[in-house]
Design a protein around this ligand. Structure first.
Ligand SMILES: [Zn+2]
Length: 305
């Protein structure tokens, strides 16, 4: 934390120096040093302190700063495209001719230094069209490689309930975790009851990792679904849970917008096992049997108004 504050202070200092340099340059107004010695001295001093500040910031910090800035711009791009796919989904490759100018236009806006990007050479270089494009391509490949890793860990255990949850005594948990990404979900069910309706809890940051090799920062425990949305990790975790617990049906009425397309996909694969809000069978789903689930119509439910 202290280190981060220190790094932030250095960056703020560089941004201020760049602004002073620009003001001093304007004040000099093209005059030579002997025509305006004091204005010239101001300008040279500001230019030197901007140069020193830039040198004091390590390359790794410039990389991190530029990377975060590009990622935020791509999040905005995704918002405009109205897609829930992660912004570094391979389909972004087809839109690079729109993505790169979009990022160029919004460089530094989020952190409030857009006016001086071109005055800070290490940043101007990292936020230039060619380097932005290279960064996006590398990040897409990196996330794809992580998502493609097949290793999935599972753990069956008794529910960890605190005293206020004693009514849930007897609940069993299945935790399924994708090793490479750390994405995970908890599948909760009641083997002691006849109705085999299970519920899914899918906030990775609220589920303890079951991977002994994984080291996590308590403040930032797991990636979020949106970091990998659209790359198939969720589908793999949910199908693995169904394989582990073949008798359980997964109802559930509250899930996030990221889980919605996943539920629809799972429902299409096995309508009896997975309930989906977006299907016309939603209301009657509880009474379906494997037999009747195969017979009833499964149409897209009309949009809620
Ligand atoms: Zn259906």
């Amino acid at each position: 934390m202290i280190e981060t504050d220190f790094q932030q202070a250095q960056l703020d200092s560089a941004v201020r120096a760049a602004r002073r340099e620009r003001t001093a340059h304007d004040a000099l107004g093209g005059r030579r040093w002997y025509a305006a010695p004091l204005a010239w001295l101001d300008y040279e001093t500001a230019r030197f302190s901007r140069w020193v500040d830039c040198r004091l910031i390590p390359d790794a910090q410039w990389d991190e700063l530029a990377g975060k800035d590009i990622a935020r711009c791509l999040d905005r791009f995704g918002d405009f495209q109205q897609t829930l796919r992660n912004p570094f989904h391979p389909r972004t490759l087809d839109m690079l001719d729109q993505v790169v100018p979009f990022v160029m236009e919004r460089r530094g806006v989020h952190d409030g230094f857009s006016d001086v990007v071109d005055d800070l050479p290490p940043l101007a270089h990292r936020l230039s069209p060619d380097v932005i494009e290279r960064f996006v391509r590398i990040e897409i490949a990196r996330r794809q490689a992580i998502a493609a890793d097949p290793v999935v860990l599972v753990r069956h255990q008794a529910a960890e309930l605190h005293s206020a949850q004693s009514h849930r005594q007897g609940e069993q948990w299945l935790i399924v975790q994708h090793k490479a990404s750390g994405m995970r979900a908890r599948f909760m069910h009641r083997p002691d009851r006849d109705d085999r309706d299970g519920t899914v809890f899918a906030r990775p940051y609220d589920i303890d990792s079951i991977d002994p090799d994984r080291i996590e920062n308590p403040q930032d425990r797991a990636p979020e679904w949106r970091d990998y949305a659209g790359l198939g990790i969720g589908t793999r975790l949910y199908l693995r849970a169904a394989e582990e617990l073949p008798d359980v049906r997964w109802g559930g009425t509250s899930y996030s917008q990221y889980a919605e397309p996943l539920r629809a996909k799972l429902h299409a694969i096995d309508p009896w096992r997975w309930r989906s809000r977006t299907c016309t069978c939603y209301a009657a789903w509880g009474d379906l049997t494997p037999q009747t689930a195969a017979e009833v119509a499964h149409d897209p439910a009309p949009e809620e108004s």
